[in-house]
Design a protein around this ligand. Sequence first.
Ligand code: SF4
Length: 699
Amino acid sequence: RHGNADEPVKTICPYCGVGCGIRVREGEERGEMNFMPWGDAPVNEGSVCIKGGAATQVVDHEDRLTEPLIKENGAFREATWDEALSRVVDEMEAIREQHGPDGMGFFGSSKTFNEENYLLQKLARRYGTNQIDNCTRMCHASTVWALRTSLGMGAMTNSMADLEESADVLWIQGANPGEQHPIANSQYFRQAVLEGATVIQVDPHANKTTESFDIEGTDRHMHLQLEPGTDIPLLNVVLKTILERHEAEPDAGWIDESFVEERTKGFDHLKETLEGFDKEAAAEECGVPLADIELAAEKYAMANDAAIFTGMGMSQHTCGVDNVQNEINLALITGNLGKPGAGVNPLRGQNNVQGTCDVGAMPNVLPGYQLVDDDEARESVEEVWGFEIPSEPGLTNVEISHAIGDTVHGLYVMGENPIMSEPDGNQTEQRFREELGFLVVQDIFMTETAELADVVLPATTWAERGGTVTNTDRRVQRMRGVHKVHENTRHDLEILSEVGTRLFGEGFEFDGPEDVFEELREVCPIMHGMTYDALGEEGIHWPCYEEGDEGDSYLYADDFETDDGLGRIEGVVHQEPKETPDEEYPLVLTTARLEEHYNTGTMSRRSPTLSRQEPENFVDVHPNDAERYGIEDGDTVRLRSRRGEITVRADVTEDIKEGVVWTTPHFAAASANRLTNDVLDERAKIPEYKAAAAEIDVG
Ligand code: SF4
């Protein structure tokens, strides 16, 4: 027990990556949990969005899993923990004996804490495989790849607080913070605009972010409403404009020459790539007037400090790595890195999406982004763990799913819902149903994935246990739990600890989350200086190498963390989405999330407040398309792609471009992921959620 009814605990909202502080208090009834604001919380100073305010509604929800379940003859029956864990361990041992350790895959989750993801990836590696991945693969794997290889660290280069204080321009591309990071948008970005900053929003959709910057008395917002999948040509127009203007006025400050010379490499490659580049044709392809893009380029280049924010509209493409690389190119040539109010900053979607990667729940890296195929790094971790770690990177999330029935025969899923989160959901479900030998799911509700499991292990929620999470700007913060609502549920750490101990005898016994954190920081250089005491209520931004370090609110003040200390510029060229409209499927389908819901909706769909606001899925259709198809606002339509179909309400709106339709992945009855394409970015292996070909049937 960490708290009691008289004393609310200070913890972190379980939803998006902003990491707002909230308080939770036990209600009159045992099990009832109530939300309370945390007035001086470090990130949000008491404010929360609709999701944060409703967060406690699911803690004591009647749908909670309360007992371990084992499936027999196609139906679940209640089991003891001993029975359920014995079955898990027996099945895992049998799979390893028959197929080798790569016969198992492990899915961590950004809904769970650093300590839990750390222990799961250690379990996978002790089992003998690097086949451990997490949901970041689906949202920002390409961003992390580009940032890590070109600058050194796969994370926001700056923090929200230093941006608010000094950024003159906020360039927001493929992100909708007004909807998906509401407190970052209202408390930091909108505040920056009120104090004089300009916002350049690049997005195919007019959305809550667009509305939020429509501030009376200010005229500092541009919206470049481009066609989906044309981010590279748009940024190439920006880069070419800056190169041309710099050539015409070398002293006007279009390019930061000394920064380029001293701190970067690859500038010539960018210039060569853009030689002969036709700006007019590219602007036409983007569907944005050339003059508007040129004006945006001027505002960005002429700012003292300009910050780029990037989201899944950039990352969820087969050219996701190149999309983000082009943002890095823009920041590097203008010297907008290594100082406050600048940088390239991915807005992460889940409350621990940064930390899940930081602690090594990925197939190619160990804690602290140490590569598994780097002998020296691997050996240093092996020394602490006391066993050998495989040196070959494992398969990624969607690759593991694709390998089910071929090389993968068992899956350990902690807090994830791949049946709804993976692209091409019908195929994913078929593989899980028909070809997966053994599935164990550890979760708080009977998710769409848990329904297909052989064993379901009931876990406690975020409000019932302690640990740490890392928000979108690298701030590691402590979560504090009240107490268990259901006696026979267990904390994720306890479950993993027991599975590990039963499988391997030693190395998995811990005395609570702080004990795990102590081992984590021993093998994770970027968190080495952190202790629970030092984290306190404020948290610490990594990197924090030594005890007493305060952490860095912005990165790369001196050198980049690349082998030669230089930031890498690399020109990129336009690549079309892998599936484009044709006669049979003439529309471009794109996807996004809503403020009221959270990813696959496991929690948010069960919140009365949130589901009352947005009870069902819908598709946005442009009025000209609606007229062509004979659709009235509110009609029920069938939206289909080559992979499946969903039945949804049509919302006719000018917010979307003609020829484009837009829907969400939150609702089990009609998820966008029944339609999305499972083709991957070659390097980062992120699926192309943001562009597919679709058709609408009416009646
Ligand atoms: Fe929670 Fe994000 Fe809303 Fe903050 S902005 S209350 S972290 S969902």
